[in-house]
Design a protein around this ligand. Structure first.
Ligand SMILES: Cc1cc2nc3c(=O)[nH]c(=O)nc-3n(C[C@H](O)[C@H](O)[C@H](O)COP(=O)(O)OP(=O)(O)OC[C@H]3O[C@@H](n4cnc5c(N)ncnc54)[C@H](O)[C@@H]3O)c2cc1C
Length: 468
């Protein structure tokens, strides 16, 4: 039987490879780097467990829990501490707990009376019907008001995308919000009436979805999947070219070439721009491009997708050196409040065993679209910048007893206004180069859960090409 090449050993590629192998389809996974997991990176040192990339998986689909069971990791799964449910948003230069119920918003000091009135008025704001794509900023100002944007949405967008609300597309980056308006005419009405339909479809909304990790951090998952794939995972082997052959696709790396029945690209958008796909002249036609040069530039278009840099700064303190309880998920910080960090996760409150007894571990993020120049500061300046903000916001005193930093020069793709062009191009490429598929964070959503589901779905699609 012909086998399948999978490009990229991030969570998408490993998930796809794991399920294809279980379906009896032989796989080879090519990974450019020297380790598996992609942006997932957990490191245990001095009794602290630092997560530099993602910290939690949101269980928004039953396919996520199924993958954990199938990978044999149920006993190592840790659900986040229910006491750590509270999220804080910074206002008046201090963290304020977000209300846990919709009615609680009206008693909260997070929003002014004017913003609360805007919330009451939202069900009566007519929906937009002209189909024009909007930024999340335009959408929120139109349906609510400017204060919602500056105080709440800006902070949320920094927390999810490290992005700019004036550039992110509501249709692509927050499709559920766009859908609620389109279907119910209002976010609030949609929230109420949509809940029943979500339950029927087996979906869980992001704000209610359980959050989890593993005893030794998220790296446990890619490591376990890679262990089951054995030596079919090839590290330090970037794929440079795909060439159509009589029966499938030849995959070229700097070291060798091999032929496969199908190829799944699960890398990043910016590296897709560097990949050559030869022998599929219809790519040009499909993408309305005629010459080979134009075909190359079809792939080159993916280099336009912004991935702003983000630095993770993980600091450990003695419990007595932090005035704030840090009981909760963490705090989000809107730009208007004038701090340099984008937000902080209260990592040691979320899961047990993240910090030695009597200590607190905090994971802060610097950079993003808000301050890209700060993400690339040297480690000592990143730590000092973070400490300055944490002293004001959480009452941190003294020096941290644990410090670790990591920089992602290209962290999270920005689904900005116009992103539909790239999604369309991926669909066109799949049609023009039969047997080549695309999956992962640049196509199916930027969260870890989205990438896992993307990997499950692409494996199901590709397995159908290889009937037993
Ligand atoms: C700092 C940070 C914090 C985050 N926090 C969270 C969070 O708390 N919760 C959450 O749900 N999500 C979070 N995310 C997002 C989430 O982690 C990612 O969307 C997800 O892990 C992406 O997985 P992936 O496999 O699609 O891509 P990646 O992890 O980027 O993996 C792609 C892999 O493909 C390889 N590759 C690329 N091109 C080639 C090639 N030509 N040949 C061979 N290999 C190639 C790369 O080396 C890489 O290993 C965060 C992301 C970052 C960066």
């Amino acid at each position: 039987m012909k086998s399948v090449a999978i490009i990229g050993a991030g969570i998408t590629g490993l998930t796809a490879a794991f399920y294809l192998k279980r379906a009896g389809v032989p796989v080879t996974v090519y990974e450019a780097g020297g380790r598996v997991g992609g942006v997932i990176q957990s490191r245990r040192k001095d009794g602290f467990l630092a997560e530099f990339g993602p910290n939690t998986i949101l269980e928004t689909s039953p396919k996520i829990a199924q993958l954990i069971r199938d990978a044999g990791l149920e006993s190592r799964r840790l659900n986040s501490d229910p006491k750590a449910g509270a999220r804080f948003v910074v206002r008046y230069r201090r963290p304020i707990a977000m209300p846990s119920s919709p009615l609680g918003i009206f008693a909260s000091e997070l929003l002014s009376a004017r913003a609360k009135f805007a919330l009451l008025r939202e069900p009566f704001v007519p929906p937009r019907r002209d189909g024009r794509e909007e930024s999340i900023a335009e959408f929120v100002v139109r349906r609510l008001n400017r204060e919602f944007l500056d105080q709440m949405i800006d902070a949320l967008v920094a927390g999810i995308y490290a992005g700019d609300p004036h550039k992110l597309s509501v249709q692509h980056a927050f499709p559920r919000l766009a859908e609620l308006e389109a279907r119910y005419g209002s976010l609030i009405k949609g929230q109420i009436f949509g809940a029943r339909e979500r339950t029927k479809r087996g979906e869980i909304s992001k704000d209610r979805a359980p959050k989890f990790s593993f005893d030794e951090g998220l790296q446990v998952l890619p490591d376990a999947l890679a262990a089951q794939l054995g030596d079919s995972v090839k590290l330090n082997t970037p794929v440079t070219k795909l060439t159509r052959t009589g029966g499938g696709w030849r995959v070229s790396t700097a070291i060798n070439e091999a032929e496969f029945g199908a190829v799944i690209y699960c890398g990043t958008a910016y590296r897709l721009a560097e990949l050559e796909i030869a022998g599929a002249p219809s790519i040009a036609r499909q993408a309305s491009m005629e010459t080979h040069a134009e075909q190359c530039s079809a792939l080159h278009a993916f280099s336009e997708i912004r991935y702003p840099p983000v630095a993770s700064v993980v600091l450990g303190f003695r419990r007595g050196d932090v005035a704030h309880s840090c009981q909760g998920y963490g705090m989000l910080i809107p730009k208007i409040e004038g701090f340099k960090i984008l937000g902080t996760i209260f990592s040691s409150a979320l899961f047990p065993n993240r910090a030695p007894a009597g200590h607190v571990m905090l994971t802060s993020y610097v950079g993003g679209e808000r301050y890209p120049e700060l993400a690339v500061l040297p480690p000592d300046q990143l730590i000092e910048t973070t400490l300055t903000d944490l002293r004001t916001l959480l009452g941190v005193k003294g020096k941290p007893v644990f410090t670790q930093t990591a920089v992602y020069p290209r962290a999270i793709p920005q689904y900005n206004v116009g992103y539909g062009k790239y999604r369309q191009l991926l669909a066109d490429l799949e049609a023009a180069a039969p047997g080549v598929f695309f999956a992962g964070h640049f196509r199916d959503g930027v969260s870890l859960g989205d990438s896992m589901v993307s990997g499950v779905n692409i494996a199901e699609r590709v397995a159908k090409l290889f009937p037993k």
